[in-house]
Design a protein around this ligand. Structure first.
Ligand SMILES: O=c1nc2n(C[C@H](O)[C@H](O)[C@H](O)CO)c3cc(O)ccc3cc-2c(=O)[nH]1
Ligand SMILES: C[C@H]1O[C@@H](n2cnc3c(N)ncnc32)[C@H](O)[C@@H]1O
Ligand code: MET
Ligand code: SF4
Length: 377
């Protein structure tokens, strides 16, 4: 089928001028696992990294209805964690040696969620972002560094919470207009790209990624990688790209992408992104061990305490399993913070985060120990 290159749905509406070089796209389409270096090989990753986190599902209210997602609850059933609940989860995480509070939750609940808005108002907040800021402050207070992925954000929303986050994220998912993003309000690639661009403009270290198997084709995968690479080229803010297989659940009963599809997509990501950007494959959703040779160098956030609330049927592997994965690749397993080492300075991080990392308290010592760790922990 003929496709006009460089037309990303919604890009014009959000004024995102990402252009994809057709020659680069062709090059990526010919890349396979054999074209990238595995761990320990010349030019391959010298270590596998991961972060210890707790997942804080602030609210299950969401303006979208992605058909692969079991996370969101419809109006009337949606939940909202109280400040005390947020504090309790964070305290447990800090006690278990975590460094990251992962705030991933429903995308900006819209006006249909009256009860959520009423509850927020009662707590003195006029928006979920206002509440997110308080939640991040609670996390910092309890000894965790926030990484928030609230979905699409405007510049005003992101600016409201940027200085209390060590890094932030949103999955691009794909540049394609797929049926899985169903509903009257739906994820639009242009809006996702605008969010990634906003992070660059605001100097926020950023995580993004692709959801594989939601109806996109190989050209879409190549274009998604190149769109991320182009935004990174402008701002230098993308720390990692997650290659995540869509995982079956009660709302999504289709086959997940095959090992071969995952392997080729990971290899394309590795070949299409600058070396500094990590390629993360979550070990609870993918056959990560078998994908190491395709260019994986990060295992993502793993929790000793909480479930992966987005994919609750898929348990986190224990630390020993991560170590076994690294052993099988012959490289050390290295713990990292939710912000990658190279961004830990005044140019990228706000004072609340830098102060937490420099503090002479137990949390500060934990953060600095992770920063200095060489893999022999
Ligand atoms: O536990 C999860 N962590 C997810 N993470 C967290 C991630 O593993 C870590 O928080 C980052 O690597 C930072 O340490 C995401 C972070 C993002 O910014 C965007 C998307 C995701 C997706 C997931 C996810 O589905 N499950
Ligand atoms: C936080 C991220 O979780 C991902 N997400 C949502 N539903 C699923 C699923 N069934 N399988 C894998 N990932 C999923 C989306 O990519 C979202 O952006
Ligand atoms: C729970 S899904 C992750 C956050 C946001 N709702 C998104 O899809 O981007
Ligand atoms: S994936 Fe995120 S945006 Fe989509 S329905 Fe689930 S919570 Fe909402």
């Amino acid at each position: 089928m003929f496709r006009t290159p460089n037309v990303i749905p919604g890009a014009e509406a959000y004024d995102v001028d990402v252009t994809i070089d057709p020659a680069e796209r062709e090059r990526l389409l010919s890349v396979g696992p054999e074209d990238v270096a595995g761990p320990g090989e010349d030019g391959g990753p010298a270590a596998l990294t991961f972060a210890r986190n707790v997942f804080v599902p602030l609210t299950t209210a969401c303006r979208y209805t992605c058909t692969y997602c079991t996370y969101y609850d419809p109006p009337g059933q949606a939940s909202l964690l109280s400040p005390e609940e947020v504090r309790e989860i964070c305290r447990e995480g800090a006690d278990a040696g975590c460094t990251e509070a992962l705030f991933t939750f429903g995308d900006d609940p819209d006006d249909r969620y009256d009860a959520i808005h009423d509850q927020l108002a009662e707590w003195g907040h006029d928006s979920i972002h206002s509440y997110l800021r308080e939640a991040c402050e609670i996390a910092l207070d309890e000894g965790l560094l926030p990484h928030a992925n609230p979905g699409d954000q405007t510049r005003e929303q992101m600016a409201q919470v940027a200085d209390v986050n060590a890094s932030m994220g949103v999955m691009l998912e794909t540049t394609a207009d797929v049926d899985a993003h169903a509903g009257s309000r739906r994820k639009e690639p242009g809006q996702r790209l605008a969010t990634i661009r906003t992070a660059g403009e605001l100097g926020v270290p950023f995580t993004t990624g692709m959801l594989v198997g939601i109806g996109e084709d190989w050209t879409d995968r190549a274009e998604s990688i190149l769109a991320i690479a182009e935004l990174h080229e402008r701002y230098g803010h993308v720390q990692e790209v997650i290659v995540q297989p869509v995982s079956p659940n009660e709302r999504w009963d289709r086959e997940p992408p095959s090992l071969e599809t995952m392997g080729r997509t990971v290899a394309m990501a590795r070949a299409g992104l600058p070396e500094a950007i990590s390629v993360q494959v979550p070990p609870n959703l993918a056959r990560t061990r078998e994908l190491l040779d395709c260019g994986v160098d990060d295992l993502g956030g793993v929790s000793p305490v909480t479930d992966d609330h987005v994919n609750p049927d898929y348990a986190w592997p224990a630390l020993e399993e991560l170590r076994a994965i690294a052993d099988s690749a012959g490289v050390p397993l290295r713990e990292r913070l939710p912000v990658y080492d190279r961004y830990v300075d005044e140019a990228w991080l706000g004072d609340p985060i830098l102060d937490a990392i420099r503090a002479e308290d137990a949390a500060g010592e934990r953060y600095r120990a992770v920063l200095e760790s060489t893999g022999q922990f």
